[in-house]
Design a protein around this ligand. Structure first.
Ligand code: NDP
Ligand SMILES: O=C(O)C1=N[C@H](C(=O)O)C[C@H](O)C1
Length: 271
């Protein structure tokens, strides 16, 4: 069987470079294109060299239409504006789109949803096995506890992260909301500051810390009277996300059009 040809979007970024390395280590996958912002100083540079490997001849380009003529999938860890532009091209070309970008708005998500009657999209705020298992466990715990247990989600990331709460925190929030059979949008407490009043029963709280080089820490806290359950995941290396995204790309090959999650890819049910 021929190799699956992948484009890495955001190839000059932290995740893009990790993906280039992960593809080079994965049998059956080949890097066929490296997409970067039209404003990037890295255009024309070699993706392999940027990733700390030997040169691989794949030069960073801003032209997804041309790159996608010879590709089976695009793995996209960029910014919302770029991802939304890429969605249309990937759908038109009929290639799988693996989306790791976070900070997507409701209208961005609606655009993504709109192509999934004709395109295969796998999207997740966190592509690691550990976080998706954590989400499944947190959902199960939330099913068992009523709202006498307050749920708070705490995340910490490196100083360069631009969105909050993290995509993972929101994924975990959706999981515990589903466990409780409530709508996260109407039961969220975000960005507390000043005289907030007492905590509203049933709310799911979010707190975001930023600093240093933290790859990504998440804790779901169930705080009851005189006892507390804390479920934590700590990412130590971006390669866990890259390997997860490549698992998703391979899984997506030949799937019927639709919007899929990492829970689908990993067989973890309907988180
Ligand atoms: N789902 C998951 O498992 C994970 C998700 N993420 C998410 O992935 C995203 C990227 O993270 P990270 O790699 O740390 O961020 P970086 O800022 O390091 O990388 C983003 C890259 O995208 C590039 N970019 C910007 N605009 C475009 C465009 N129009 N076309 C192509 N590339 C573009 C940026 O270029 P420039 O700098 O020139 O603007 C940059 O190189 C974030 O949303 C993050 O939250 C991260 C880790 C795991
Ligand atoms: O920006 C990051 O770095 C990360 N982003 C994702 C998120 O928003 O949850 C996943 C991971 O935590 C790293």
């Amino acid at each position: 069987m021929s190799d699956m040809r992948l484009i890495v979007a955001g190839a000059g970024g932290r995740m893009g470079r990790a993906l280039t390395r992960a593809i080079s280590e994965t049998e059956g996958l080949v890097l066929t294109g490296a997409l970067e912002s039209p404003n990037s100083e890295l255009l024309g540079k070699d993706a392999g060299t940027l990733a700390g490997l030997s040169a691989n001849g794949v030069l960073l380009s801003a032209d997804l239409w041309s790159l996608s003529a010879n590709a089976d999938g695009i793995v996209d860890f960029t910014v919302p504006q770029a991802t939304i532009a890429n969605v249309a091209i990937a759908a038109q070309r009929g290639i799988a789109h693996i989306i790791g970008t976070t900070g997507l708005s409701a209208s961005d998500n609606a655009v993504i949803q709109s192509v999934t009657n004709r395109a295969v999209v796998v999207k997740s705020g966190n592509m690691s096995l550990g976080v998706n298992l954590l989400a499944a466990i947190a959902k199960r715990v939330a099913q068992s506890l009523d709202d006498s247990f307050d749920i708070e989600i705490v995340e910490m990331h490196h100083r360069a992260k631009v969105d909050a709460p993290s995509g993972t925190a929101l994924l975990l929030g959706e999981a515990v909301a589903a466990g409780r059979k409530i709508d996260l949008a109407t039961h969220s407490a975000r960005g507390r500051d000043g005289f907030t009043g007492a905590r509203k029963p049933g709310d799911i709280g979010f707190a975001s810390l930023r600093g240093g080089t933290v790859t990504g820490d998440h804790t779901v806290i169930f705080a009851g009277a005189s006892e507390r359950i804390e479920l934590t995941h700590k990412a130590e290396d971006r390669m866990i996300f890259a390997h997860g995204a490549l698992t998703a790309a391979r899984w997506a090959k030949g799937k019927k059009p639709g919007l899929y999650s990492m829970a689908d890819v990993l067989g973890l049910g309907d988180i």
